[in-house]
Design a protein around this ligand. Structure first.
Ligand code: DC
Length: 222
C-alpha cells in the first residue's frame, strides 16, 4: 500500500522547497499541486478567459490537457497541452491568477482526480492548501506548515530578486496577504489546518532548520 504525507499551508511558507528536500531524504515522490492551479491559470491568461465561474471557463477546461510528469532528475514537470510550462507558471502574475482561478469549483473538480491518482500508485509528499482536508483526507501524516506573513514575503522577495525580477518588498508582502485572504476565504476547499494536522511554524527557522523539523515530524509518526 502507498503512503501519503499531506503538507498544507499559506503561500511562501517554504512548502515546496522543504517538501522536496524531505521527499528526497525519505525516498518519496514530491508533488507540488500549486503548479497545477498555476497551469490552469496560465491557460486562462493565454486564452483571455476570465478566472471566474462560467461557460467560457468550462469550455476551456474541456479542451485543455494538464499532465504531471517527472524529468530524469526526478523533478516535477507540468505539461499544458504537451508543452512544458514549469518555468512560465512562476511569475507573480501567474501566482495571482492561480489564486483567483483556484476559487472556481469547476477548476478544483477538474484537478481532484489527477491529484488522487498520483497518490494511489506512489508514496507521495503532496503539498498544497487542501491536501489534508479534501484531496487526501486519509493521508497517514498531515502537516500544516506556516510562518508569519512578513517572513514569507521576505523569502519570496529574495527568490524573485535572485531570479533577476524587478520587484518591491512591499508589493510582495501585499501579494502574500492578498493570496492568504483569497485562499482562506473562498467558499470551496479554503486553506485551513486539518483537525489532525501537526502545526509547523518556520518563522524563526532557516531552510535547513525547517527541513529538519519536517523530517523529524514525519519520522516520529511513521
Ligand atoms: O502553492 P502555490 O503558490 O504554487 O499555489 C498557487 C495557488 O494555487 C495558490 O494561491 C492557491 C492555489 N492552490 C490551491 O488552491 N490548492 C492547492 N492544493 C494548491 C494551490
Amino acid at each position: 500500500m502507498s503512503i501519503a504525507i499531506a503538507i498544507d499551508g499559506p503561500a511562501g511558507a517554504g512548502k515546496s522547497t522543504i517538501s522536496k528536500a524531505a521527499a528526497k531524504q525519505l525516498g518519496f515522490i514530491y508533488i507540488d499541486t500549486g503548479a497545477l492551479y498555476r497551469t490552469v491559470g496560465l491557460a486562462a491568461t493565454r486564452r483571455g478567459v476570465e478566472p471566474s465561474e462560467g461557460k467560457e471557463l468550462d469550455d476551456m477546461l474541456s479542451s485543455i490537457s494538464v499532465e504531471l510528469t517527472f524529468n530524469e532528475k526526478g523533478e516535477q514537470v507540468v505539461l499544458l497541452d504537451g508543452e512544458d510550462v514549469s518555468g512560465s507558471i512562476r511569475t507573480p502574475e501567474a501566482s495571482m491568477m492561480a489564486s483567483k482561478i483556484s476559487a472556481v469549483p469547476a477548476v478544483r473538480a477538474y484537478l481532484l482526480d489527477l491529484q488522487r491518482d498520483m497518490a494511489k500508485t506512489n508514496n507521495v509528499i503532496m503539498d498544497g492548501r487542501d491536501i489534508g482536508t479534501v484531496v487526501l483526507p486519509n493521508a497517514e501524516i498531515k502537516i500544516f506548515l506556516t510562518a508569519a506573513p512578513e517572513a514569507r514575503a521576505e523569502r519570496r522577495y529574495k527568490e524573485l530578486i535572485e531570479k533577476g525580477m524587478d520587484v518591491k518588498y512591499e508589493d510582495v508582502l501585499d501579494d502574500v496577504k492578498t493570496r492568504d485572504y483569497n485562499d482562506m476565504n473562498r467558499d470551496i476547499a479554503p486553506l485551513k489546518q486539518a483537525d489532525d494536522a501537526v502545526l509547523a511554524d518556520t518563522t524563526e527557522l532557516d531552510l535547513q532548520g525547517s527541513i529538519d523539523l519536517i523530517v523529524s515530524i514525519i519520522k516520529e509518526r511513521s
